[in-house]
Design a protein around this ligand. Structure first.
Ligand code: GLU
Length: 375
């Protein structure tokens, strides 16, 4: 068993429509789902956190609405998703309940994982669900999506969720056993790679656009997903979901393809906060707060002496000490006007000042990177 799997503490599992829905009958494959939930319950019993990203809403709904086979118009897909998502959520609720677990439905749009404010909210909601012991089941909010909905979108969505959640491992359960040197069926000497240490142009060229009727996205979207995942420090694995208990099979047979991340998710996230994001303002802190940050604490409004710039909740801001030295960067939990109102105040006063129960920290330590410790 590979360490990427045994050491993973937070795992995102993406389930494609073709595994969950019998395409001929348009019905849910309940036995398969039940076995998958058994695998997930096993992982949970080992102390791992599991987030599911599941497709299947459109595939289920189109059958109920008796929509024709073949590609659907956007509005028909959205109508199908509105119907099918209910069935999908019920199916997970039932299957998890049978294993003593609670399912939580989380519908997001692809933009959510990029848009700052929603990003922070989605991350903290999913974190809370995990803390409370529920299994988040994520899908795209297809009924309000503005862009074309394509099968394969959920590969990318799952990678964005994995990156947003700093997951250690992303499993794409698919109707193929891994990544092949040529599209399966197109060449007799196509072979499965055990691991892809780096996504080179050569690897990208190997990804043909093949797949079953329900997974038209094929390998191209999986490679796109792999790029997002490994960049975020998440190892990604493509494995077959065609077998019963596919996660157990992944652990025991090793028939799959691993895309390896170069760093861990925490390091990658700190790099993203510290380097990639353009800061929108600054927060100046007193010496007590600077010392607290240095010892790994979050930044509370009480330690803030000045706010600079116009920023929104979720934006990156620079953290400076009283001498004007940048000591770190972080994602702010409050926009500049609210942050201004909270300067020097105790977290217990937040509700009275803002009129709602906000978060106690201005910048949570998980959303922060420091340049020099102890400043
Ligand atoms: N969100 C779509 C659904 O649940 C599927 C998108 C995908 O398969 O990538 O039907």
């Amino acid at each position: 068993m590979r360490s990427e799997w045994t050491d993973a503490r937070r795992i995102v599992v993406k389930i494609g429509s073709s595994l969950l829905v019998d395409s001929a009958a348009g019905a849910l494959r309940r036995e398969w789902l039940s076995a998958l939930c058994e695998d997930i319950a096993d992982l949970r019993a080992q102390g791992k956190e599991v987030i599911v990203v599941s497709s299947g809403a459109i595939a289920l709904g189109r059958n109920v609405l008796k929509l024709p086979k073949g590609p659907l118009k956007l509005e028909d897909s959205q109508a199908a998703a509105a119907v099918g998502q209910i069935d999908l959520a019920h199916a997970y609720e039932d299957a998890f309940r049978a294993r003593g677990l609670v399912a939580a439905q989380v519908l997001v749009t692809l933009g959510d994982t990029e848009e700052r404010r929603r990003y922070l909210n989605a991350r903290s909601t999913i974190t809370t669900l995990l803390k409370l012991g529920a299994v988040p089941v994520v899908n795209e909010n297809d009924t309000v999506a503005t862009n074309e909905i394509r099968y394969g979108d959920n590969d990318r969505l799952a990678a964005r969720v994995a990156s947003m959640m700093s997951a250690d491992c992303l499993v794409l359960l698919s109707d193929v056993e891994g990544f092949f040197t040529a599209p399966p069926g197109s060449s007799s000497d196509a072979r499965r790679l055990d691991e892809v240490p780096e996504i080179t142009p050569e690897i990208e060229a190997m990804a043909g656009d093949v797949g079953s009727e329900l997974s038209r996205g094929g390998m191209v979207t999986k490679i796109e997903a792999a790029k997002i995942a490994v960049q975020a420090g998440t190892d990604m694995v493509i494995a077959s979901g065609k077998v019963m208990n596919p996660l157990r099979a992944l652990a025991t047979t090793g028939v799959c393809t691993w895309f390896l991340a170069r760093s861990d998710p925490t390091t990658a996230r700190k790099r993203w906060i510290g380097g990639t994001l353009e800061p929108r303002g600054a927060v100046v802190v007193d010496s007590g707060a600077a010392a607290a940050l240095g010892s790994g604490k979050s930044l509370l409004p009480a330690g803030v002496t000045r706010i600079e710039g116009h920023f929104e909740r979720g934006d990156a801001v620079v953290i400076r000490n009283g001498e004007g030295v940048e000591i770190g960067r972080g994602l702010t939990a409050y926009g500049h006007a609210e942050a201004e109102a909270l300067i020097g105040r105790k977290s217990s006063e937040i509700a009275a000042i803002l009129g709602y129960l906000g978060r106690p920290e201005l910048i949570h330590r998980d959303d922060m990177t420091l340049h020099r410790k102890g400043q």
